[in-house]
Design a protein around this ligand. Structure first.
Ligand SMILES: [Zn+2]
Length: 317
């Protein structure tokens, strides 16, 4: 044989793709006519190129199918949007015919935006569907409250909106925090962000209620009772999420915190009720029993000690 097998094998991929010079092609063909093992290698190379072709075709089919479904969902979104637009149009015409302004038109328009956010947004959003759907739903519900408040001449918008915002934050924030695009900014602190969002919207709601009812002593009473409970939720969250101890020790510490916080909150409630209401029966029923609190703290302490002991044993092992 004129050429080494290894030299020819280096050229085979180029030869297969027809990228060799005429001289190399001649050399390869000469060698292949004499060497069965190199010829077999060429057949194998051609076979793998067939595999690549199949993969490419498969990708093309998937691509065209996904384009097809995108067109279909866009069409479905447009049809739903059209159906939702119908009552808006009817109200517009009726309001114009009545000649008393566009009150119903704006109320129905705002109301129809809620189903739009639930059905059309997830169909039309190119990505991050969960995020856009939950955000647009929250915005449209608050918008509807605003429109209804304006046209009914009420003064309750901020109370209703802040309460709705707090409720939806509690429901949606765990999902939003775990999904794109929010999750990449929060990294390992999703729980912390959810707790912060819940706390901020909770106190915003309390503030709005206070400003609305304008009762003297509201803020002292409301914040006096709620702050220890919110603090308790925070302490328990931080213990469960960040304290590097055995699970049983965490549970024990949480039991202690729960009992202490409940006792503090009960004491404050009893104090406020004695001062404001002066009803002795109410005072008795809300006065915390120190006996139960002590039992709870002892149980929590025992769990904590057992948890620490198990943790130590595991570390030693
Ligand atoms: Zn050879």
């Amino acid at each position: 044989m004129k050429y080494e097998c290894n030299m020819i094998r280096d050229l085979l991929p180029l030869y297969k793709d027809g990228a060799c010079s005429p001289e190399s092609t001649k050399a390869v063909e000469e060698h292949l006519s004499e060497c069965p093992s190199c010829k077999e290698l060429l057949t194998e190379l051609k076979d793998t190129s067939l595999d690549e072709m199949i993969v490419r075709e498969k990708e093309e089919v998937i691509d065209s199918q996904s384009r097809f479904f995108k067109r279909k969902t866009a069409l479905a979104g447009s049809i739903i949007a059209g159906i939702l637009a119908l009552p808006i149009l009817i109200c517009f015409i009726v309001d114009l015919a009545n000649g008393k302004g566009l009150s119903w038109f704006f109320i129905v328009l705002a109301a129809m935006l809620i189903p739009t956010s639930l059905f059309v947004v997830p169909l039309m959003a190119p990505e991050n569907r969960m995020f856009y759907t939950m955000c647009s739903f929250t915005v449209t519900v608050i918008l509807l409250l605003a429109v209804c408040c304006i046209y009914s001449g009420g003064k309750w918008f901020f109370v209703a909106a802040s309460a709705v915002l707090f409720g939806l934050t509690v429901c949606f924030s765990p999902f939003i925090a775990c999904r794109r695009p929010v999750n990449k900014y929060l990294k390992d602190h999703k729980g912390l962000a959810v707790m912060a969002a819940d706390t901020v919207t909770f106190f915003l709601m309390m503030l709005c209620i206070g400003l609305h009812v304008a009762t003297p002593g509201y803020f002292k009473t409301a914040f006096g009772i709620s702050t220890p409970l919110v603090a308790m939720a925070w302490i328990m969250f931080l213990i469960i999420r960040y304290l590097p101890v055995h699970g049983l020790a965490k549970a024990g510490i949480c039991v202690v915190v729960l009992n202490v916080a409940a006792w503090i909150a009960n004491s404050i409630t009893a104090f406020i009720m004695t001062r404001d209401i002066g009803d002795s029966e109410v005072v008795i029923s809300t006065t915390p029993s120190i006996g139960y609190t002590v039992i709870g703290i002892v149980i929590g302490a025992i769990l904590t000690v057992i948890g620490f002991m198990i943790g130590k044993k595991k570390e030693a092992a």
